[in-house]
Design a protein around this ligand. Structure first.
Ligand code: 6CS
Length: 354
C-alpha cells in the first residue's frame, strides 16, 4: 500500500466532513468573493453590491459567487479597509469620510460647494471621474485597488434646532465621519464637530451627546435618525460620495479575463447606481414625511452663499492636508465640472435656424 502523508489524510477528512461526505473536485466548487458594506441591507451600497453579485455570477456562469456582508456583520468602515488590505475580504466600499484619514487627497470628494447644483452635470462628472488615473495611483500606494467612485445623494442635515445661517451652528455638537477635513468643514461654520462611527449616531442623538448630523435622505430613513431630530434641512452643499475598492494583491493575481470582468462590471454599474440613489432618496423622503412630524426645509441661494463664503478658507486647509497631488486633483475636478456645465448649457441653447 502506498504511503500517504499525514497532511493528505487530514485534508481528506476535512473535505469528507465539510463537503457533504463526498469530495467535490476543486474545479466544480464555486469560488466565493466577499464584498463588505458600510451600510445596512436595503441601502444604496447594498443595491450596488447586489447588482455586482448578479452580474459577476452570471458572467462567470456560476463559477464565482459573491457573498455580501452588510454593515454590522464585519466591522466599522476603517476595519473593512484593513480586511480588504489583508485579503480576508475581497471587495468593500470605502467612503472618503473615513478613508480620507489614510489617503488625504481623496478628501477632495468631501469638499462643500465643489460639484454642480445640477444633477445632470454631476452624473456626467462622476462618470468621467471614473477614468482619473490619480485615484488608481493613490489607492495602490495603500495596497488597495480603486474600482469606482459614485454619489449616494445630496447630504441633508438633521438637527435639533433649525439652521439657516452659519451663526445657527454656534455651539452645535455636529457628528461627522472621521476625516480631518470634515472636522475643519463644520468648524468653519462655527459648529463643534464630533467624529463618531455610523452605528453610534442614533444613540448619540437620542442621548443628546450630539445635536445633529449629515447624511443622504435614504440613510436618515434607514438609520431612523429622523426619529431623534426635529429638523431636516437641504443645504445642497455636497453629495455623499463613496468609492468601491478591492484588495490590490487579490485583484492583481486574478486571471486577465476575471480582471476584465470586474472592470467592465463596475463601469456598467455607473448609471445604474446613479438612478438607484435618486429613487431611494425620493422614496424615503416620502416615508419620513409619512412617519414623522420632522420639519423639512431647504436653504435658498442667498443662504447657501453665506455658507459658501464661510467655507472659502477650507479649500486651503484641504491643500495643506493633501499637498500638491490633492491640489491638482481639486483643479482637475473643478475643471471637469466647469467643462460639463458648459457642454450641457451649449446643448440646451436653441439651434440657429438656417
Ligand atoms: O455617515 C456614515 O458614517 C455613513 N453614511 C453613509 C450614507 N454611508 C456609509 C457611512 O458609513
Amino acid at each position: 500500500m502506498p504511503h500517504i502523508p499525514k497532511r493528505i489524510h487530514l485534508a481528506f477528512w476535512i473535505c469528507f466532513i465539510f463537503m457533504g461526505f463526498g469530495c467535490k473536485s476543486a474545479e466544480n466548487t464555486p469560488r466565493v468573493w466577499r464584498f463588505a458594506l458600510e451600510e445596512i441591507k436595503g441601502g444604496v451600497q447594498d443595491a450596488y453590491a447586489t447588482r455586482f453579485k448578479e452580474l459577476i455570477e452570471e458572467k462567470s456562469q456560476g463559477e464565482i459567487q459573491v457573498s455580501i456582508y452588510p454593515y454590522g456583520t464585519l466591522g466599522t468602515s476603517d476595519q473593512l479597509t484593513e480586511l480588504v488590505n489583508n485579503g480576508s475580504v475581497h471587495f468593500s466600499m470605502a467612503s472618503p469620510g473615513y478613508i480620507g484619514k489614510l489617503i488625504p487627497e481623496v478628501q477632495v470628494l468631501l469638499l462643500h460647494f465643489l460639484f454642480s447644483d445640477r444633477d445632470s452635470v454631476n452624473q456626467e462628472v462622476f462618470r468621467r471621474l471614473q477614468n482619473l488615473s490619480t485615484f488608481d495611483t493613490l489607492y495602490r500606494e495603500k495596497g488597495l485597488k480603486f474600482l469606482a467612485v459614485y454619489p449616494e445623494g445630496w447630504m441633508a442635515w438633521t438637527t435639533r434646532n433649525k439652521i439657516e445661517k452659519p451663526e445657527d451652528f454656534q455651539g452645535v455638537k455636529f457628528r461627522v465621519m472621521t476625516s480631518p477635513l470634515l472636522l475643519a468643514s463644520y468648524s468653519s461654520y462655527g459648529a463643534s464637530p464630533v467624529s463618531m462611527p455610523y452605528a453610534e449616531v442614533y444613540s448619540g442623538l437620542q442621548l443628546k451627546m450630539i445635536d445633529g448630523q449629515a447624511n443622504p435622505v435614504f440613510a436618515i430613513e434607514d438609520m431612523s435618525f429622523y426619529e431623534v431630530t426635529d429638523h431636516l434641512i437641504f443645504p445642497r452643499h455636497a453629495q455623499f460620495v463613496t468609492t468601491a475598492i478591492a484588495g490590490e494583491e487579490f485583484f492583481d493575481n486574478l486571471p486577465p479575463d476575471e480582471k476584465q470582468m470586474v472592470e467592465e462590471t463596475v463601469l456598467e454599474l455607473n448609471d445604474y447606481i446613479y438612478q438607484v440613489q435618486q429613487e431611494f432618496n425620493q422614496e424615503r423622503l416620502k416615508r419620513i414625511q409619512e412617519n414623522s412630524s420632522i420639519q423639512i426645509s431647504s436653504l435658498n441661494d442667498t443662504q447657501r452663499a453665506l455658507f459658501a463664503k464661510r467655507y472659502g478658507p477650507v479649500r486651503e486647509q484641504f491643500i495643506a492636508l493633501a499637498g500638491e497631488r490633492g491640489k491638482s486633483l481639486l483643479q482637475d475636478i473643478e475643471a471637469l465640472v466647469k467643462q460639463v456645465e458648459q457642454e450641457q448649457a451649449e446643448q440646451e441653447q436653441p439651434q440657429n435656424q438656417t
